[in-house]
Design a protein around this ligand. Structure first.
Ligand code: G3P
Ligand code: CA
Length: 262
């Protein structure tokens, strides 16, 4: 039986630069976020880990090995130790076609350095990573409120419990439930969407697991939907035509082009 597809266009379709414009610059660094801004991306997505001295720093992995010249767990290093690391030379080696001298020696930014750099002229999509550091939700909320950025921040996480905790601390910040393939097209239930709606405004699924019918189902449930990580225009075209509210992409310029030509 073919599922009837009701496609409701989104009011505004957001371009979310995934780890910054990370297709072109070292992920989760100020140059990657600056490039996203230059490209006129609506939002930057950034991943947070906590240092040993409990400072939120912007880095995707639990360990520094992949994206810096160091080794070890972020949680075992002080901010001072993190600041010694080179977070850009790996990119120049891996992607010589996009290599730039200024990336060599670039530092891992703290969350507050990113807030300082971009202020309220940017939308931030901040990911709380698992395993969850103790009190991460309180620490993150403190930074957001200290910089008075409540109106331009949203939080997303694969951890429902972390989002629920955040919601109880600050119900005004929009939350998005990240899902891998466990709650996408083949397995999502109305009960699951109803539960997500008690704490989140939307769901961010893996693009590979979604379909037009799935987008329609999520939107009918009153949730926003922003799939990750959509890097090819063929898939961006599909996502856009299905009525998504935004996409996460390493190439914000490509999605902005798709939006402009639709
Ligand atoms: O950030 C959205 C989604 O891509 C989550 O996965 O591994 O890129 O943080 P990851
Ligand atoms: Ca992320």
């Amino acid at each position: 039986v073919k599922v009837k597809q009701i496609i409701t266009p989104a009011d505004k379709v957001y371009t979310i630069a995934h780890r910054g414009a990370s297709g072109y610059a070292p992920e989760n660094t100020i140059p990657a976020f600056e490039l996203a801004r230059e490209m006129k991306s609506d939002s930057i997505e950034l991943d947070i880990q906590l240092t040993r001295d409990l400072v939120p720093v912007v880095i995707h992995d639990e360990r520094v090995n992949r994206t810096t010249n160091g080794t070890g767990y972020v949680k075992n290093m002080t901010l001072e130790q993190i600041k010694q690391l080179d977070a850009g030379s790996w990119f120049n080696k891996a992607y010589p076609m996009f290599a730039r001298d200024l990336y060599a020696g670039i530092i891992v930014p703290t969350l507050e350095e990113v807030f300082d750099t971009f202020g309220s002229n940017m939308n931030y999509v901040i990911e709380i990573k698992e395993p969850l550091p103790k009190n991460i939700e309180v620490i993150l909320n403190d930074s957001i409120t200290k910089y008075k950025l409540e109106s331009v921040v949203s939080i997303h996480s694969f951890s429902a419990s972390s989002l629920q905790r955040f919601h109880s601390i600050n119900p005004d910040i929009p939350l998005y439930q990240l899902v891998w393939n466990d709650y996408t097209a083949t397995r999502v239930t109305q009960a699951y969407l109803t539960k997500v709606k008690t704490y989140a405004v939307g769901i961010s699924p893996n693009f590979q697991g979604i379909s037009a019918a799935y987008v329609a189902q999520v939107k009918r449930a009153g949730l926003k939907l922003m799939p990750y990580t959509v890097n090819y225009q063929l898939n961006m075209d599909k996502a856009y035509s299905w009525g998504v509210d935004g996409v996460y992409t390493n190439f914000p310029d490509r999605f902005l082009e798709v939006i402009a030509t639709n």
